[in-house]
Write a protein that binds this ligand. Structure first.
Ligand code: NAG
Ligand code: NAG
Length: 638
């Protein structure tokens, strides 16, 4: 037995190495010169290999696999629900119920009016469009801010203003409400396209003779909001109590917060208001508006919000995705239980933490060389913060009993029994999700090893890793623990070039332009360094997203130097005669591969990769590129 195990072990490793390597080589276009255009070389065959795929890149492919796997979990749950022992009020029962209601749901724009009949703009009030012919809409009963408070309870935001729950920038051990101007989409410069507004009004059965006029008025209202946001205004942010906020702006904020968060909305509750002047001007604007128009506008935005929340059909994979969006903690638990043996999971976690440990060590060596000429105090600050960074694999809470924790977490989510009604269940879930987010205001903020992220729907459905700034934590989703992204048994060259690269990217972004102004305690802390600013301006010469660029460039250098140091006594690999350096850069580069049909994303990724390797000496050496040709000067960060 022992001998067989010992013999098999290297075999497993060898086969995973070969498999990973073949996967990499499959995407390479040997005709394209790596020194001229590395993207074309590393990703040249990507399109060919993924012609019929529904996903765009490697991360989306992993997500696709996660969804397929979760469909299996749901099928199993459905089967076990036939047994008399199945507990419908357990997490499994709730997840299954939501999933099945999605599977059987009518899904079209028409169903939006079903929601809007259930959710009214206020006590004893319906939306103007649902008033029976002949009667008039009692507009004196309509209070726009109260209506917004009701709809915020379902997660609507960014209408007239944006509301978020954030870590208090002065004291990261607590959360607070942050109010800000609404954000407007880039393309149309307005939140919604005209067509979108028209179609919502149409579905809402607004008489066709009024649709165009109403849509135009909505447009004008949005434009006047937009002109109130003056981008050249100096930032004017204020920490203010609800009471004072109400007094200074003339809006009934006390009532708004009572509806939103209930009795804990004391007049003394502090909120953070960004762009304070906007909120004083808002009063003037709103006083002039026709109540019917404002109600119609809010209704339109809410309908669009609900529609965006439920897009996708009722196929199994789409409903699994819907479930991940809204019940993400339960989804992670089920996924982990089903696809990771306890020991396999901890093996993965240990290895990822070990990789990060090596990266951190290398980073601290670089900091110690002090190229940026930091003061002793600044150095200490960087070291302390780097040492405090934690990794949460799977975005799971720190607990010995995950099932129990998750059961308690979803305790307040109660679904009505009886026939499955997707609209009803979905509204419950939206409300639950928002309550969890708002409840943080009353709780101590989790930090470091205790932290797990109440994810936004967009991050809940993506296997993208990310760094959460104030808690100082890197989240590595479970979806990344699959081939080709990460394979425990594989050679370091694979591990350090992908998992290592993205971890290094996050480590660097903890000290990019935003992160460097936040201390290891999560609080704002000014940081001034001439050399750092020089590096930033050098890097931003041809980049819009400077923090991302820093991660791409300095992260690659960090991951590579960490790997090179570990592998320095080894100049060849036993499963290939390709030099390890080439494999390293190919694997790292292929993180950026994507389908060229998605042109904008494709071009952006191409630029990102090219910037990361340009002028990087080990890269030129690995591929024998001629360094004599004129190079852009490499901007040095750490
Ligand atoms: C069913 O699950 C709920 C919630 O986890 C629990 O409180 C209850 O005791 C369970 N019922 C049975 C019969 O196990
Ligand atoms: C930070 O917030 C916590 C929780 O509200 C509080 O106990 C603590 O005193 C605050 N610290 C500072 C420095 O204000």
């Amino acid at each position: 037995m022992w001998i067989i195990c010992l013999l098999l072990l290297p075999l497993v490793a060898a086969s995973s190495n070969t498999r990973l390597l073949n996967g990499i080589l499959n995407h390479v276009d040997k005709e394209a010169n790596p020194c001229e255009n590395f993207y074309n070389h590393a990703c040249g065959q990507y399109n060919m290999r993924h012609m019929d795929d529904t996903f765009f890149d490697i991360i989306q492919m992993l997500d696709h696999q996660v969804n397929q796997n979760l469909v299996k979990v749901m099928d199993d749950l459905e089967l076990s629900s036939q047994s008399p022992d199945f507990n419908v009020s357990s997490v499994d029962g709730k997840v299954l119920r939501y999933y099945l209601s999605c599977r059987g749901a009518p899904r079209n724009m028409d169903s939006l009016s079903e929601y809007l009949k259930v959710i009214s703009p206020g006590e004893g009030l319906t939306w103007p469009q649902f008033i029976p012919d002949g009667s008039s809409w009692p507009q004196e009963n309509f209070k726009w801010l109260e209506t917004l408070a009701h709809l915020h309870r379902y997660g609507l935001t960014n209408v007239f203003f944006n509301l978020e729950v954030v870590s208090n920038p002065r004291n990261a051990t607590e959360y607070m409400v942050e109010l800000n101007t609404p954000t407007f989409g880039e393309e149309s410069q307005l939140p919604n396209s005209f067509i979108e507004i028209l179609s919502v009004l149409y579905v809402m059965k607004v008489p066709s003779s009024e649709i165009i006029t109403l849509a135009r008025k909505i447009r004008t209202l949005e434009l006047s909001l937009k002109t109130m946001i003056n981008p050249i205004d100096r930032p004017n942010n204020r920490y203010i109590s609800i009471r004072d906020f109400e007094m200074e702006t003339g809006h009934n904020w006390q009532r708004f917060f009572e509806i939103l968060i209930g009795s804990s909305a004391a007049p003394e509750l502090q909120v953070l208001v960004r762009n304070f002047r906007y909120f004083t001007s808002l009063k003037e604007l709103m006083d002039k508006q026709d109540a019917r128009l404002v109600a119609s506008y809010i209704m339109t935005r809410f309908a669009i919000f609900l529609f965006d929340e439920t897009t996708g059909g009722r196929e199994s994979a789409e409903c699994v995705s819907q479930m991940r969006r809204n019940l993400n903690l339960a989804a992670s638990m089920l996924y982990k239980e089903r696809f990771f043996e306890h020991s396999a999971f901890s093996g993965n976690v240990l290895e990822i933490k070990d990789i990060f440990e090596k990266l951190r060590h290398q980073f601290l060596l670089q900091v110690d060389q002090n190229h940026l000429e930091l003061t002793a105090l600044q150095k200490k600050f960087v070291v302390r913060k780097a040492e405090a960074i934690e990794i949460n694999v799977g975005n799971l809470p720190k607990t010995d009993n995950l099932r129990q924790f998750v059961g308690q977490y979803y305790q307040d989510l109660q679904f009505p029994t009886g026939e499955l009604d997707y609209h009803q269940l979905h509204l419950k879930v939206l409300q639950f999700r928002t309550q969890k987010m708002l409840a943080q205001i009353q709780q101590r903020a989790l930090r470091g090893a205790e932290y797990f992220d109440l994810q936004e729907p967009s991050s809940a459905i993506a296997s993208t890793s990310y760094y959460v700034m104030r808690p100082n934590v890197i989240i590595v989703p479970l979806g990344l623990l699959q081939e080709p992204f990460f394979q425990l048994e594989s050679d370091d060259v694979f591990k350090y070039s992908l998992m290592g690269y993205i971890l290094a990217h996050h480590l660097i972004s903890a000290f990019a332009t935003e992160g460097i102004t936040i201390g290891s305690d999560g609080n704002d802390q000014p940081f001034r360094s001439h050399r750092f600013e020089e590096a930033v301006s050098c890097l931003s010469r041809n980049a819009d997203n400077i923090d991302e660029t820093m991660g791409d460039i300095a992260g690659l250098e960090l991951a590579y130097s960490t790997y090179a140091k570990m592998a320095k006594n080894r100049n060849r690999l036993d499963f290939t005669h390709l030099p390890p350096e080439q494999i390293f850069f190919l694997n790292a580069g292929q993180f950026f591969c994507g389908n060229s049909d998605m042109l904008v994303q494709y071009k952006e990724d191409q630029v990102r990769l090219q910037r990361a390797i340009e002028g990087f000496e080990p890269f030129d050496k690995a591929f024998g590129c001629n360094r004599n040709k004129p190079q852009h000067e490499k901007c040095r960060l750490w």
